[in-house]
Design a protein around this ligand. Structure first.
Ligand SMILES: C[S@@+](CC[C@H](N)C(=O)[O-])C[C@H]1O[C@@H](n2cnc3c(N)ncnc32)[C@H](O)[C@@H]1O
Length: 272
């Protein structure tokens, strides 16, 4: 029986893959990620029936092969969880209570790297728990992750850390053919919109300003210039005193004069 072997990702090919993912998504891959890149791109090589990484990377660069999107999807890391880094949801909850008292419009929150959606649905659940009318825009560059986010259907084990009351209010347990799965309740679906969006895109669509932006565990992959540009953009996308929540290992908003710390890895936009 013939054994199918995949060629090893060579140094030059790894360097090219790193350049391309930096160009398309702003993601800076460190040089010890060669085996990860090898493994992830091997699946794409097989899917395309190609024999070498050189051919594959050629295809990625030739539009309209459609492979650029799959290449980006393959190299993103979508690790996430419901109510990950819970302090941000506590902060959002207290802001939502104030919003409900003071404003006549829905609270607008942008989940800007939503991965498979758990973060966006946690935001929607938080607004509902505060009885605050809300709109959640959830975006990600990765089209496959975004599809999962939009579907809002999760294996039960992914929801096991949720408190029973939250589980009951936010998700419906599947039965019969869907047993072992939980789906997000229609009331939450009605609050959320999903859209592919590259945070490195030079053109940002005109958007009504947000009361809060979650940008967690994504800017860590970007270089300083890209982080600075992102902050400029966020400054124009937030309402005064709007909240910017970043990931546990990130502090880049502290470098911008218009962002003031207002909690653990949380910043407030203070114009002027
Ligand atoms: C580690 S996950 C973080 C998910 C979630 N924010 C959290 O903290 O649990 C990083 C996400 O950023 C997305 N991403 C990477 N580069 C991006 C870019 N240039 N624009 C938008 N999303 C990007 C990836 O597709 C991935 O889903």
């Amino acid at each position: 029986m013939a054994v199918e072997t995949t060629p090893l990702l060579g140094e030059n090919e790894f360097a090219l893959a790193r350049r391309l993912i930096a160009q398309y998504a702003g993601i800076k891959l460190s040089d010890h990620k060669r085996y990860m890149v090898h493994n992830r791109l091997t699946r794409r090589l097989r899917a395309r029936g190609l024999q070498s990484f050189a051919e594959y990377l050629q295809l990625v660069q030739s539009e309209p092969s459609g492979e650029r999107e799959a290449f980006v999807n393959a190299l993103t890391t979508n690790l996430t969880a419901f109510f990950r880094e819970p302090h941000h949801f506590e902060l959002l909850h207290s802001r939502a209570l104030l919003h409900r008292q003071r404003e006549r419009r829905p609270m607008r929150v942008w989940c800007s790297a939503c991965a498979t959606g758990e973060e966006a649905w946690s935001i929607a659940m938080t607004l509902r728990e505060a009885a605050c009318p809300g709109e959640v825009l959830a975006t990600d560059i990765d089209t496959e992750a975004l599809e999962a986010a939009r579907a809002g259907l999760y294996p039960l084990e992914r929801t096991s850390a949720l408190a029973p009351e939250r589980l009951r209010c936010g998700l419906l347990r599947g039965t019969g053919a869907n047993s072992g799965w939980a789906s997000v309740r229609p009331e939450l679906h009605a609050m959320a919109q999903f859209m592919q969006f590259n945070l490195q895109s030079p053109q940002w669509p005109a958007m009504e300003p947000f009361d809060a932006i979650f940008c967690r565990n994504v800017a860590i992959y970007f270089d300083r210039d890209a982080q600075a540009k992102l902050l400029e953009r966020f400054a124009t996308s937030l309402r005064p005193h709007g909240l910017l929540a970043v990931g546990h290992a990130e502090s880049f908003p502290a470098t911008h004069r218009a962002f003031r710390a207002c909690g653990r890895t949380a910043y407030e936009y203070v114009p002027g």
